[in-house]
Structure formats: structure tokens, C-alpha cells
Design a protein around this ligand. Sequence first.
Ligand code: FAD
Length: 390
Amino acid sequence: MQGLAGVSRHNLLCSRRGAHSHASPTLLSLPRKRLANVTAAAVALTVGIYYLAWPSPSRHAPTSAALPLALSRFTPVMIESSEGTSPSTKIITLRVPPNLLPSPNDHLLRPIHSIYVKDSDMQIERPYTPLFGIESDGHIRLWVKRYEYGEVGRWLHAKKPGDVIEIRGPALTWDFERELKEGKWDDIIMISGGTGITPFFQFIHNYFKEGSPSPDSSPLRITLLHSSPTPAHLPPPIMLSALQSLASTTPSASFFLKLFVDKLDDTHPRVPSAFEKQEPPPAVRRISKEDIYEVLVERGIIESSPLTPSPPSSSWWRFFPRSRSKSGSSSHAPASHPQLRKRRVLFLVCGPEPMLHAIAGPRAQNLTTGPVRGILGDMGFTSLDVRQFS
Ligand SMILES: Cc1cc2nc3c(=O)[nH]c(=O)nc-3n(C[C@H](O)[C@H](O)[C@H](O)COP(=O)(O)OP(=O)(O)OC[C@H]3O[C@@H](n4cnc5c(N)ncnc54)[C@H](O)[C@@H]3O)c2cc1C
């Protein structure tokens, strides 16, 4: 996932590059390599000034160690533990003192909420998703990815237990309850990649946890299709065991989980034994259109009609009448066809930008879900059926 701040910084750099064509004669007379260096330094300086000097009500929110957590101010909290879970991820557990916890009735604590972590060296912040929400005993568990050149992820990974960092929040990332009420969905299909699973994990944990409305009393069913680059990058046991146990114990198949890995690696030349017993075991491929069709049919969301011959043959879709999408590529008959739909379905997609593109197409300029393209668009789903997170 890439934060909004990262995206806006990228846009800023692009627009500066556009200005090169109007360079002055003096600049043009410089050797090309030196000109590039001067330009890069100017861009870096501008970006630095932008970050450090531009008034930002959020980044420059005051810090208080005496008032409860809130979106309007930063609160210092201690890192209780920091455990590596894959080559580039850690579970980082924060501890909020009991007197600084927000009121349990705070509407911003509804799923899906996030908190902002401030990198106090760079004075920048990024949102992260508490896996189990802000817990009543003060724990906040984050699954954080470190990108090679990413700022806050790297900074956070370098922090040690006992270090104090500043956070603010909770912030409502997506008002699931309101969306569910408005949409009256029967099924939600979540498709995640890498740490893009964290918002879905928070929702699933909250929805099925003890004391939540019984899934039996609600027709809503949840399917999670998750993909990681290799088995070593799959979510850590604290997340996967919880999901696998839910998948095998929730009544009426209200939760279904399927894992994918792009490839096996040297450490895991075969599917790791921890997953072998899972039915079905993780698939070694990227999530494809066929996988989505299969799950739609298996979960009884679309009709297994003459248009959609039944699985299990992995090549069942080759009997599909083919049509041409606008992009010219061939596509299956639209699974969204009203006559084929038996249940109302909403797709939620969260993951790295290339995965979002492949599954649902690029997001609009204003970072909302634009017209749905990619695999889901090809299948005939529209912005009424799909939400993208990044
Ligand atoms: C609501 C929400 C919840 C989120 N929850 C989580 C979560 O639970 N866990 C999680 O890990 N993330 C989460 N994210 C993403 C997170 O907020 C950050 O966007 C992410 O950690 C990257 O931030 P960063 O500062 O480390 O990287 P950034 O500095 O923003 O960099 C982002 C990307 O740009 C690349 N990049 C940066 N500089 C360069 C350069 N000079 N050259 C080439 N490439 C470069 C980096 O390699 C990286 O790929 C969430 C995002 C949102 C919006």
C-alpha cells in the first residue's frame, strides 16, 4: 500500500519535471549530466521545504501526553515489541496507557479505522491499520511493510522495544457499517495483496468476534482472496491462524478464505506444511479472472447456468461465449449480468498499485475508485460493485 502522502509527493515531482522544457538559456548551456544533478537537487530541496515548512494542520498537530488519543493531536506511546515476520515486514505492538485510551463509544473506532504514525525525524506521517483495532487493554498491533526507499516504514522498522513514538487517531478509513446498511449486500469479496490485507483483517476480526451480531442472523457472507509474492511473505501466524480458524468454524460458510502465492522460493520449494492441511491449499499463481469466476459460482453468487458451466474442471470457463472488451482483449460473458446474479455482491480491493490496476483498473485522479477496469471491469462489474483502497 502506498500512502496518500507518497502519491502527492510523486505528483509534485512529475510536475517539476514538466518544467524542465522551459529551462533558461543559462541552464541549457550546462552539460546535460550537471543540469540533471542541479535539477535533482532543486527538486529534492523543494520537496524538503514542502514537507518541513508547508503549514499542515495534521503534521503540526500538537502533542499531548495527558489527553486521550484523538485525531486532532499526537500522543506519545511506547513500542512494546517489534518482531520480524518476513523479509520486509514486522508486527509492531504499541501500548497506549489506560488513561489515554479513547472512549469505547468513539464512532471513529468503528471498522475500518487507522492511526497516523509520525516519523519525528522527517516530520511526516503515514496511516497504519490496527489489526485488532485499538484494544481495550491499550495494545495496538500493526503489520508494517518496509519499502526499500520508503520513509516511515523504514523509520518504524528501526525502532526498538521501549522507544516512544507519536501517533494520532483513530481515523475512519472506511465506514463499513454505513456502507453495509446502504448497500444491503449479501456477499463481500475482499481481494488483497501483501499488507493490503490489514484493513480487511480488522473488519473480519471485528465482525466475527465474540459479542458481535451473530453472522447467522445476518445474510452477509465474506470471502477473502489474499495473495503474497512467496510463502515467506504470507501474513504472520497471528493473522493467518485466526483467519484459518474462522474459515473452518464459522457457521453457514459465512467466511471463506483462499490464499495465493506468486511463486515458491528457496526457503519454501513446496507449499509450507502449515498450509497443506488447508482446504484448498494455497494456489501458486496470481489471482486471475478464472479464480474470481470460480469463487462466484462456488459461493452461489452467480448462476451456474449454461453461460457458466460448473467447476471443478479448471478449464470450465473455456466454454464461455467470448466477447470483446473496449480494450480489444477477449473477455468472458459478464458475470455481473442481472440474470446470472443470485446474490448482491460488493468487491473490496486493497494492495500494491500494480495489483489494483490488474484487478480493478487505475484509480481516478482524485484517488477515488474510477470507472472499473481490469479483471472486474472485464467481467462487467461497475463502480457500484467495487471499492478500491490503496
Ligand atoms: C488507510 C491506510 C491504512 C494503511 N495501513 C497500512 C498497514 O497496516 N500496514 C502497512 O504496511 N501499510 C499501510 N498503509 C500504507 C502506509 O500508510 C504507507 O503508505 C506505507 O507504509 C509507505 O510509506 P513509507 O513512508 O514507508 O514509504 P514512502 O516514502 O511513502 O514511499 C512509498 C513508495 O515509494 C517508493 N519510493 C520512495 N522514495 C523513492 C525513491 N526515491 N525512488 C524510488 N522509489 C521510491 C518506496 O520504495 C515505496 O514503494 C496504509 C495506508 C492507508 C492509506
